[in-house]
Design a protein around this ligand. Sequence first.
Ligand code: G6P
Length: 616
Amino acid sequence: MCGIVGYVGPNSSVAVLLGGLSRLQYRGYDSAGLAVLGSDGVLETRKHAGKLKILIDDVDASPLVDGQTGIGHTRWATHGGPTDGNAHPHLGDDGKLALIHNGIIENFAPLKQELLDVGETFTSETDSEVAAVLVGRAFRETGDLTLAMRQVVARLEGAFTLLVVHQDRPGEVVGARHISPLVIGLGDGENFLGSDVAAFVEHTRRAVEIGDDQIVTIRPDSVEVTDFAGAPVDTREYEVAWDASASEKGGWSSFMRKEISEEPDAVYNTLLGRVLDGAVAFPDLGGLDDSVLKSIDRIVIIACGTAAYAGMLGKYAIEAWARVPVEVALSHEFRYSDPILNERTLVISVSQSGETMDTLMAVKFAKEGGARGLSICNTMGSSIPRESDAVIYTHAGPEVAVASTKAFVAQITALYLFGLHLAAVRGSLSAAEVSENLTELQAIPAKLAEVLVASAGIGELAGWMADTRSVLFLGRHVGFPVALEGALKLKELAYIHAEGFAAGELKHGPIALIEPGQIVFVIVPSPRDPSSLHPKVVSNIQEIRARGARVIAIAEKGDAAVLPFADEVIPIPLAAPLFEPLLSVVPLHIFALELATAKGLDVDQPRNLAKSVTVE
Ligand code: G6P
């Protein structure tokens, strides 16, 4: 939640900050603001409720005094509605200090009362303004912005990233992080801070991770990092694997449309360099070497949202191949369910951002409980991999649209790779069986490209459904998570009531929802599937058809059995059963995008949502 950017250097801070904010908008977009320290030595702020465009237009119409030091913020409201007053930055020290905040300060109420009691006044309903006033007071006493920050963070509870600038400290931005994310960008005679590397990748690909409970002070030619007690800490520099153009729309009408078109590449790149001579080749699984993997007797996959559906698919594959029991839990439920954990439990967290607070807290909890941790993550330098024994990065590239698409297929790919690796290590699959499955996986990118072509007509289909108020999705076995994902996407993007069901459950309740005209998507398993699922799903289609449903089947190319019963069939190429979801999900991503577009909605920034949910 909330995007944060800070800059010191010779260039126009307004331009750098607005550029950074436009790349961070996916983190929150209900208000935006800047504070810049002008070359005249005066701190100026500008902030507005609404999307970043409102702020940019305002700055264009009436330029801010420009200087070489500044901070910028794009907000996802927690305390106080999305109003101009609640937008960041917030001021302290009689307007000489500006602060931006990501996270939640849980003890803000007593702190605010304490400040009110000594005569401070507040102009917003936010928890963040309390931090601004506190740092302002501490600076007035110490004259040292870093020290002031250190004194204040010691009093704050919750999760936070804070950045501050003070007009008496030109060329200096001080940041602090406790649980919420913060990364440094190293430039030449300039330095940056950001919630993630997207904030500064246009200017530099050299990044430095800041650990939890650390404070950073950047100046044009220095970066100092200490812990909350003031002791210097070692930092690790790394090179960002993608450049600014990778996160730009490149002619597409939306990031989501671009990212769906990148689903084949996301799978391809996640496999790249990881399959060698018919075996999985993970160069480094850190603390999860073969002896540890052999000792595992239970796996729990934790994730939220779309990543949790990738986790459900991981369960089917890992259990089938490695014969280890796998549970899937929503991170926020897992942590509070008193789970049984020990060193033979492997907790696999799945997260595109690597910052989802529910998942991060669950990962830490599992670690404290003695479990082993594997992170499947798309964002280098993020917090969740750092808390894990090993990480498998998905190489989907930067995902900007709030609703996850290409990261989903990359997560499934990474989970499948791990499942095959585990099966090889534990001897539950022969080398030939592993190789056969890897060949299936390697064929997916080309098949995905075919699906994209075959899905060209979905726009028209969605067009005539623009007024529909409810859509149901049915699937069995691996088709079930796909149904859930199809429904989630439609809720997120088109604001339509949508539910995904296990098709077998239909007769136990959901069939009561079927009335004439009800649109139902059915994910049909392959007729070649040795289990008897195909005829069962065809029977389910007949049952709902008999009650007037309008059926759209996603079925294997050439599946003649569904043709007489479906109103529309979206064909997908042939694939082994476990691999079908990688193909069948794409038409559902496209359908949600097209329906939302037909309704005139913003597909990249759906209302009330944020891409990186860094609050619990
Ligand atoms: C948010 C996003 C979803 C995403 C989920 C998990 O809710 O809107 O698209 O699936 O977070 O995010 P993560 O970064 O952990 O994969």
